[in-house]
Structure formats: C-alpha cells, structure tokens
Write a protein that binds this ligand. Structure first.
Ligand code: G3H
Length: 199
C-alpha cells in the first residue's frame, strides 16, 4: 500500500481516569483531537477508513468521514479491538497494582509475554492484529490512502508488523493521541514517520 496512516482514537473518558479496557466515549479533549485529525486529512482522499468496534475509535472516525469530500467506506473490525484486559477490564492502573499485584508484577517483568488472566497479552494478540492488517490491505486493494484508527496496544503491533521491533520493545512504543504515523513504501524503502495533526 503506498500510504497507510495509523492514528489512535482521541482521548477517552477512561484515558483520563487511567482505566484500561471498557467502551468509554471520547472525552472533550478527544473530540478536539478527532476534529484536528479530520482537518489534517481533509485534502487527502481516503479510500477506506478502518476502526475497531469500540466507540472511541468510531467516534473519532465520524469526524474524519464527515470532513472528506466523498465519504469513504468505514470498516469497524473486531480484529482491531484493544487488548482484552480480562479480569482487569475497567480497572485503573493503581487498582490493578493494589488488587492484582501479580498482574502488575507480571507486566513489569515481561510485558510482551504477559497474558491478562481471562484476557490477552501482546504476544497472543499479534496474530489477530496481523490478520486485521492483512484484511485491511486486501479490502483496500492497492488504494492510495488508507487510514486505520486503532488503540495503543493495537497500534504498537501494527507498527511492528511493518517495521520489525524487538518483541520486548513493542509494548513500550510511543503512541500519542495528537499525532499519527504515516507508513509508506516506495523505491524499496519502507518508512514510518510520526506526524503532527493540524492545530
Ligand atoms: O488499555 C490498554 C492500553 O491502552 C494498552 O497499554 O499495554 O501500556 O497498558 P498498556
């Protein structure tokens, strides 16, 4: 694909509360970021937009679709849903530390291989995300501009699909909510650039 853009949903209510999982809507700041994302892509004719099935990614996408000259099709795929935190879903990080010190310790020691009890881990999520990327590329069939609006753990794995990262580093990749990644392939070079949103 010539241009794949990978963005994260805007700040959600749970992000502000440091909570993981769940299906919270965007917070006020998230609506602002989503509007900036939409403005950033206003003059880029997107041929397809992919999100997870979560509200925060779909709400973010709604602004982008609305700003396009011709609204591209939207695919909301479970394959791009955020890491399933199992018994820790909807807890905040302090709560996890207090109520499930084993989970906290396990993630500090080996975040990539750790699997949330009743949920997922980075390592076993990898196949799902790869399937999502392949499906997105297949559906978009060589289109020029494709946008995926994902989540922090999801986007970390998407980036490492395109450019190898040591597994231990993957769960620590920086995935801001007010910037996006531009992945491009040309002349045998694959590039990943972190770009700012229009303000
Ligand atoms: O809800 C999950 C987080 O966005 C993923 O981040 O693996 O660093 O806790 P984490």
């Amino acid at each position: 694909v010539p241009n794949l853009y990978v963005a994260r949903h805007g700040t959600s209510v749970f992000n502000l509360e440091n909570r993981v999982g769940g299906d919270s809507p965007l917070a006020q700041a998230g609506h602002q970021q989503a509007k900036r994302l939409a403005a950033t892509f206003r003059d880029t004719p997107l041929s397809m937009v992919f999100t997870s099935t979560r509200r925060r990614t779909r709400q973010t996408a709604a602004y982008v679709l609305e700003a396009q000259q011709t609204a591209p099709p939207l695919y909301s795929m479970e394959l791009f849903d955020e890491i399933d935190c199992g018994i820790c879903e909807e807890m905040d990080y302090e709560e996890v530390k207090r109520r499930r010190p084993d989970v906290h310790r396990g993630r500090v020691e080996d975040k990539y291989n750790f699997v949330y009890p009743g949920g997922e881990g980075y390592r076993n999520m990898r196949a799902r995300i790869e399937r999502g990327v392949r499906k997105a590329l297949y559906l978009s069939g060589g289109s020029r501009h494709i946008l995926i609006i994902g989540h922090r753990a999801v986007n970390r794995l998407i980036l490492s699909y395109f450019l190898y990262r040591r597994p231990a580093d993957v769960p620590y990749l920086y995935i801001p909510q007010d910037r996006y990644f531009h992945i491009s392939c040309a002349q045998n070079e694959r590039r990943i650039r972190l770009r700012p949103l229009l303000s």
